[in-house]
Every structure is written in C-alpha cells, then in structure tokens.
Design a protein around this ligand. Structure first.
Ligand SMILES: Nc1ncnc2c1ncn2[C@@H]1O[C@H](COP(=O)(O)OP(=O)(O)OP(=O)(O)O)[C@@H](O)[C@H]1O
Ligand SMILES: [Mg+2]
Length: 240
C-alpha cells in the first residue's frame, strides 16, 4: 500500500488566547498537513476568528505553542509570520473602499524585494474580472468581488498557508460557488494549504478535506468528509 508522506505545515498546541481579561481560546489544538483544505466550523462567537487572528499573530498566545513549517512561531509578530508564508483574508475582507482595485492589490504586496514587478498575470488568471476593474474603486465592487479581490491580494505574497475567515459571508450563492471552484484549483497546484473558517454548507462540502468543530473556545469534535457531507451532523455544529 502506498502512503503519502505529508508534513504538518501548521501545528497549534493547547493555545490559550483572548482579549483583555478574558480568554476566548481555552486550549485549542489543531494540525494541518501540507496541501489540505481544513475547515473550522462552529456557532457564532465560539472563537473561530480569534483562532485565525492568533495563528496570524494579531493576538498574543497566552499559553501553548504554534509551529509553522517546522519552526516555532508562538511569539513572532504578524509581519514575521507573513514573510514566512502565512496569508490572511479577514472576515470583513479589509478592502480599502476608496482605493482602486490595482491600488488594493499593490497594498497587499508587502513582501519581497521586487516591489515594482507585481505578478498581475497570475491575479488575472485566477480572477479574470479584476482585469477590467483595475481602475474601479474597491468599495464599488459587490461583496463577492471584494472577497475575490481580498483573496487575490493575499495570494500576491505567495503564501504557503492561507487563512480564510468566512469567505461566503455576504456573498451571493453563484460567487460562493466560484470561490469554491477556485479553492479546488488552488488545492490542485499543491502549493497552498488552506485553513477555512466557514458556515456555508455548500462551500464546506465542496472543498473541505476534514474539519474541526469548535464550541466555547475549544475543539469539540473532528469531522471527516463523510461527516461533513451529512447535513444533520454538519447542522449540529453550525449556527442555523
Ligand atoms: N476585539 C474584541 N474584544 C473583546 N472581545 C472580543 C473581541 N472580538 C471578539 N470578542 C469576543 O470573543 C468571542 C469569540 O469571538 P470570535 O469573533 O472569535 O467568534 P467567531 O466564532 O469568529 O464568531 P462569528 O461566527 O460570529 O464570526 C466572542 O465572545 C466575542 O464577543
Ligand atoms: Mg468570526
């Protein structure tokens, strides 16, 4: 029997983190193998965004540890993590509404030395509609188009790990489907591992290799592909 040798690209061990005097994450452990699309599900307020922000380095780890690509990054700053290859698309997308699409893309290019040679070709290959809209202001795009712009902006830095926080939020179903197809293409390149926070059944079922289900700042369950494709099991872990 052939077994595929995969490396853990991300290891989160017993992580406690939160805001001010309250801990939101109460000892979270997850691991992602290279090339997987792993989802995090759970009701509103269970700590999904807090987990993603902690992995990005935007919130300090109060105890526990985080390893990325074999290196300890537990107390490294967000910019260090970004340079190491972690990309982040926040839940609110973080598009600058008054900047053009092109300027938004350039704002994402904070890594590397070839600052003037932004790879627009690969952006247009991924999201052709952005080509015609380069000079349009970010704020005039639809929710789904803004989400795609935010993903394109994160990918400009060629991350090894992409953190996607609820890409379907406020996005019409046809574009959610496009995003799902795009994530499958991205997975097929084998170059990017994705941690996807989601509550949309179709998107979860289309792209996830497996999922972690969170409750009250903890991982309460792990879901296989079969579990994810069982609407009843999935519904039990998601805000309805
Ligand atoms: N900036 C903040 N300051 C203080 N508490 C916060 C802050 N952001 C979130 N919280 C609290 O932390 C808890 C977890 O929030 P978090 O945003 O991680 O949840 P979530 O699972 O992403 O929810 P949703 O599905 O609504 O996006 C909630 O109780 C929330 O009120
Ligand atoms: Mg959230």
């Amino acid at each position: 029997m052939l077994t595929k040798l995969t490396m853990d690209i991300l290891l989160v061990e017993n992580v406690v983190a939160g805001y001010q005097s309250s801990n939101v994450l109460q000892g979270v452990s997850i691991s992602l193998s290279e090339g997987e699309i792993i989802s995090v599900v759970g009701r509103n307020g269970v700590g999904k965004t807090t987990l993603v922000r902690t992995i990005m380095g935007l919130l300090p780890v109060r105890s526990g540890r985080i390893e990325f690509a074999g290196k300890q990054i537990t107390s490294k700053a967000a910019d260090h993590r970004a340079r190491q290859g972690i990309g982040y698309v926040p839940q609110d997308r973080g598009i600058f509404p008054d900047l053009t699409v092109e300027e938004n893309l350039r704002m994402g290019r904070f890594i590397g030395t070839k600052r003037n040679s932004l790879d627009f070709e690969s952006v247009f290959n991924n999201f052709p509609f952005l080509k015609e809209r380069l000079h349009q202001r970010g704020g005039t795009l639809s929710g789904g188009q803004q989400e795609m712009l935010a993903i394109a902006r994160a990918l400009i830095n060629q991350p090894k790990l992409l953190l996607l926080d609820e890409p379907s939020d406020g996005v019409q179903p046809s574009i959610v489907e496009e995003i799902g197809q795009f994530l499958l293409q991205l997975k097929a390149t084998g170059e990017v591992t994705v941690l996807l926070v989601e509550q949309n059944f179709d998107l979860l079922q289309t792209v996830s290799d497996r999922a972690y289900a969170m409750e009250k700042g903890m991982v309460a369950d792990q879901l296989s592909v079969d579990d994810l494709n069982n609407d009843e099991i999935l519904a039990a872990h998601i805000a309805m």
